[in-house]
Each structure stands twice: as structure tokens, then as C-alpha cells.
Design a protein around this ligand. Structure first.
Ligand code: FES
Length: 118
């Protein structure tokens, strides 16, 4: 008889690091892109060519990269003074933020691109 060894693989509970998923609603079908924590919504839009307006290309100076937060606002960095300068104190009404100043802090987010230029 061949000896056998029974063992149980006792893997420790590994921490689960969520990879944020950003869903972008535009004129066509919604597009989803996953990005690391710390990436901006502007980077998410650029990844899928979502057509987020810009003149400063993510430097926070032009105020054009407006996106409406549809869901997951709690998974973004807080509304910043730079955003307040361009958008005012009406975020609680509009849910509009600057994509380049909004960083993912973990968890999924859904946005709509706000077009200013016609
Ligand atoms: S891209 Fe110019 S302010 Fe965000």
C-alpha cells in the first residue's frame, strides 16, 4: 500500500484590494474602465476617449473637464478649493465636479460627461 499524505491548504484570508470601476455615460452606450486608487476621473475619460472637455489637459486651471457624479461620490476625494473656484459652492445641487481634481479613493463610480462647448 502506498502511503498518502492528507493535508488541507489553509490559505490565510487575503486582503481584497478593490479596483475601482468607473462607468462613463455619454451619448452612446456606457463604457466602464478600471483604474487604480489615486487615478482621476479625467484619466478614466482619457482611457476610453470619453470626450471630456479640456484646455489645460488635467492641470486644474481651465475648469472645462466637468462631469456629473451619478453614483459613488463617496469613493472620490473631497470637493476641492480648485473645484470651488470654477464651479462654486453648488455641488450639493449639481453633483458636477472637475474630472481632473476628482481622484478615486476606492470603490465604483458612475459619471456623465458634461459638455460646455457646443
Ligand atoms: S482639465 Fe482643465 S481643469 Fe480639469
Amino acid at each position: 500500500m502506498t502511503p498518502t499524505v492528507d493535508f488541507v491548504l489553509d490559505a490565510p484570508d487575503l486582503p481584497v484590494r478593490p479596483v475601482p470601476l468607473v462607468t462613463i455615460r455619454g451619448t452612446g452606450e456606457p463604457v466602464a474602465v478600471d483604474l487604480p486608487v489615486g487615478a482621476t476621473l479625467f484619466e478614466a475619460g482619457a482611457r476610453v476617449s470619453a470626450g471630456i472637455d479640456t484646455a489645460c489637459v488635467g492641470k486644474g486651471t481651465c475648469g472645462l473637464c466637468r462631469v456629473k457624479i451619478v453614483a459613488g461620490a463617496e469613493h472620490l476625494t473631497p470637493y476641492s478649493d480648485e473645484e470651488r473656484k470654477h464651479l462654486g459652492n453648488v455641488y450639493h445641487l449639481t453633483r458636477v465636479r472637475l474630472a481632473c481634481r476628482s481622484k478615486l479613493s476606492g470603490g465604483d463610480v458612475t459619471i456623465e460627461v458634461v459638455r460646455r462647448r457646443k
